[in-house]
Ligand binder design. Structure first.
Ligand code: FES
Length: 100
């Protein structure tokens, strides 16, 4: 595991954004509790989750609606049993530290 910091994306609760970390695209999601970082490829059909909506403590793929937990990345949908890769992250001033 490597800790990498990126500029903190300006996100309101319920929104997500893609950031590049060490050549890998990571989906950053903001819930009411804080920020979460997951792999941006949906395991259902390997499509990008860019534009995914965040509700409560889960994120929904914009393509077919698969939902994943933002506690640990596990699937919450019958569309796939595979979950998202979950990365620990923490806000450090105006940057986001991600363990990747
Ligand atoms: S590609 Fe994400 S739900 Fe199908």
């Amino acid at each position: 595991m490597t800790k990498v910091t990126v500029p903190l994306p300006p996100l309101e609760a319920g929104r997500s954004a893609i950031v590049e970390v060490e050549g890998q695209r990571v989906l950053i999601c903001r819930t009411a509790e804080g920020l979460h970082a997951v792999n941006e490829h949906c395991p259902h059909q390997q499509l990008s989750m860019e534009g995914a909506r965040v509700r409560h403590n889960s994120v929904m793929c914009p393509h077919h609606g698969a939902r994943f937990s933002l506690e640990d990345g596990r699937s919450l949908s019958p569309l796939t049993t595979k979950g998202l890769t979950f990365f620990a992250c923490a806000v450090r001033g105006d940057r986001l530290e991600i363990e990747i």
